[in-house]
Design a protein around this ligand. Structure first.
Ligand code: SAH
Ligand code: DHB
Ligand code: MG
Length: 223
């Protein structure tokens, strides 16, 4: 199996099942035009997140790592019409600005809040404000901080909430305990933490597609 095959299948799935629309395509185009890195979730992955949030019945969604707001649009579309909100955290001013414009064009100016700053600071702020509990959290920022973000996600959620973490396989490197890659070690520490955490039931799923070989961790808050 090659990247070429994964790309072709992702294109096929996007064309048949996902039917990405003009708003999402424009969000990607605006992100690219502004020079943002092309590391958003893929269209099938975006819809996967959207469906998970809908299955959960999420009304209060938290995202850590906004980039241009592509995954945020998919998640905001999972909220019940006219109800619910999404808070998404971003440290780069340019990313936040592009995301705000993309979310506004998608019709979510008053539903989605892009908070600028280091995620750990914004998370502490959200706690002080009593912004939780969140029903659904998507963690997709700097990978070495994954254990901190997961701890915050647990603090800011309730029983029944779902926590999803992106990029937990990293081309298979996650299985290499001796990896010197800080992102890989972040994921391994995250997994050790999840394994020792009685409040969640979790798994991880490997994925291939236009983003290469990677994966998602999914945790259900059970108590
Ligand atoms: N979820 C997005 C992709 C996010 S890429 C999507 O799928 O569309 C990761 C983002 O996390 C980048 O925009 C990066 O600037 C941001 N980021 C990195 N470190 C961060 C930090 N410490 N606090 C908040 N955001 C951070
Ligand atoms: C990178 C970050 C991501 O969140 C992702 O999905 C893919 C790549 C990166 O930093 O390279
Ligand atoms: Mg990612």
């Amino acid at each position: 199996m090659s990247q070429e095959t994964w790309d072709a299948v992702d294109d096929y799935l996007a064309a048949t099942l996902v039917k990405a629309d003009a708003v999402l395509e424009q969000a990607l185009a605006a992100s690219q035009a502004a020079g943002l890195p092309a590391i958003s979730v893929s269209p099938p992955q975006g819809k996967f997140l959207h469906l998970l949030a809908r299955v959960q019945g999420a009304r209060n969604i938290l995202e850590i790592g906004t980039l241009g707001g592509y995954s945020a649009i998919w998640l905001a579309r999972a909220l019940p019409p006219g109800a619910g909100r999404l808070v998404t955290l971003e440290v780069e001013p340019k990313h936040a600005e592009v995301a705000r414009a993309n979310l506004a064009r998608a019709g979510f100016a008053h539903v989605a809040q892009v908070r600028l700053g280091r995620a750990v600071d914004s998370l502490a702020e959200l706690e002080r404000e009593g912004a939780g509990p969140f029903d659904f959290v998507f963690i997709d920022a700097d990978k070495p901080s994954n254990p901190d973000y997961f701890a915050w996600a647990l603090k800011l959620t309730r029983r029944g909430a779902v926590i999803v973490v992106d990029n937990v396989v990293r081309g298979g490197e996650v299985a290499d305990a001796s990896s010197t890659n800080a992102a890989v070690q972040g994921v391994r520490r995250l997994n050790a933490m999840i394994a020792a955490e009685p409040r969640v039931s979790a798994t991880a799923i490997q994925t291939v597609g236009v983003k290469g070989y990677d994966g998602f961790a999914v945790a259900l808050v059970v108590s």
